[in-house]
Design a protein around this ligand. Structure first.
Ligand SMILES: NC(=O)c1ccc[n+]([C@@H]2O[C@H](COP(=O)([O-])OP(=O)(O)OC[C@H]3O[C@@H](n4cnc5c(N)ncnc54)[C@H](O)[C@@H]3O)[C@@H](O)[C@H]2O)c1
Length: 323
């Protein structure tokens, strides 16, 4: 079994595939790209090298990244040629089951039998894709986020046939590329998109019910709870606020919106046991010593103040700069 990924093929050199290829090449892996035709692949390489130079000049990529990408990124005229010898293949073609199946069949017919095969699918469960992969024990979802050169988080999803020993090998590859990764279960939309789409769905309902305009919803999201999200997830945020407080708020929601917003069983259980989060030293995120909680408050205050300074320095996004 492959224990360290040194060589990679990225199949599909579009928006996401291009950024994934740049990121892995910048981290020193040898990366081969292949798109739907040799012309499309050549055009993608030209774009990616130009962008890498621009990103480095703008200080968005570390010094030396553009040269590393130029040295490590190459192209192949076909999927078969791209995947032939590599340790890891990442499929990044459109989110259409039939296209992905066809591409997996071609990858599997040409790649080494032990090559690890990943898919960047946003929503398709592994079990819908795995039937097109021979030796499905080497197959998993490796889901980068948009824009791939800059967003650090990657979701990993194993299917029932996936060899769990792949996880540390893929995590090591991602770590070398400066990525955080987390393994989640095989369900449609995984974690990222399930949460993101619930937020978008509820935001749509708020607009449809005349509660706020899309613009005002965006102001509130990015300047209140969205402002916290670079540092803390929903469980850490709830622990810091107080789970007893959250349980009371859920009562209001349950009265107004019914079961859909009823108090979650996990939260009820913690509150029943007197675990209210930071204020009692135990909550969703586990048990924490008082010294750690004091450090947490200091970290949080510093993070939020620095975030406010960064936003001030960057200025408003072009979407809101006329407001
Ligand atoms: N765009 C996003 O925000 C985003 C985020 C995360 C994951 N994804 C997922 O990444 C995948 C790709 O999305 P994208 O946004 O990069 O799309 P895209 O359209 O920019 O890129 C897809 C690329 O695949 C190529 N392609 C099509 N058929 C092919 C074939 N048979 N062989 C080789 N290449 C082929 C296309 O020419 C194109 O360059 C999808 O599964 C998508 O759901 C997208």
């Amino acid at each position: 079994m492959i224990t360290k990924i040194e060589t990679v093929a990225v199949i599909g050199a579009g928006y996401m595939g291009g950024g994934i290829a740049q990121s892995l090449a910048a981290a020193g892996m040898k990366v081969v790209l292949a798109d739907v035709s040799p012309e499309a692949t050549r055009a993608a390489l030209t774009r990616l090298l130009r962008e890498a130079g621009e990103f480095e000049a703008q200080g968005l990529f570390a010094a030396g990244s553009a040269a590393a990408i130029e040295a490590n990124l190459s192209i192949a005229d076909s999927i078969e040629e791209a995947v032939r010898t590599v340790d890891f293949v990442e499929e990044v073609v459109p989110e259409v089951l039939a296209i992905k199946h066809e591409v997996f069949k071609r990858i599997c017919a040409a790649a080494r039998p032990d090559a690890i095969i990943g898919t960047n699918t946003s929503t398709l469960p592994v079990h819908t894709l795995a039937p097109a992969v021979t030796n499905p024990e080497r197959f998993l979802t490796v889901h980068f986020s948009n824009p791939a050169p800059f967003i650090p988080g990657v979701e990993l999803v194993c299917g029932t046939a996936t060899d769990r020993a792949l996880i540390p090998v893929v995590k090591d590859m991602l770590k070398r590329a400066g990525r955080n990764s987390a393994e989640v279960a095989d369900t449609p939309g995984f974690v990222l998109n399930r949460l993101q789409y619930v937020l978008l769905k509820e935001a749509n309902s708020i607009v449809e019910e005349g509660i706020a305009s899309p613009k005002d919803v965006d102001v509130i999201v990015r300047s209140t709870f969205g402002f916290r999200l670079p540092f803390f997830g929903p469980f850490a945020i709830a622990d810091m606020a107080g789970l007893d407080v959250y349980a009371n708020c859920f009562k209001t929601f349950e009265d107004a919106y019914g079961d859909r917003m009823a108090t979650p069983e996990l939260l009820k259980g913690l509150v029943a046991e007197g675990k209210f989060g930071a204020k009692t030293g135990e909550g969703f995120t586990g048990k924490h010593a008082p010294e750690k909680l004091a450090k947490l408050v200091a970290y949080r205050n510093n993070a939020y103040a620095r975030m406010a300074q960064l936003l001030e320095e960057l200025g408003p996004s072009p979407l809101v700069e006329d407001d």
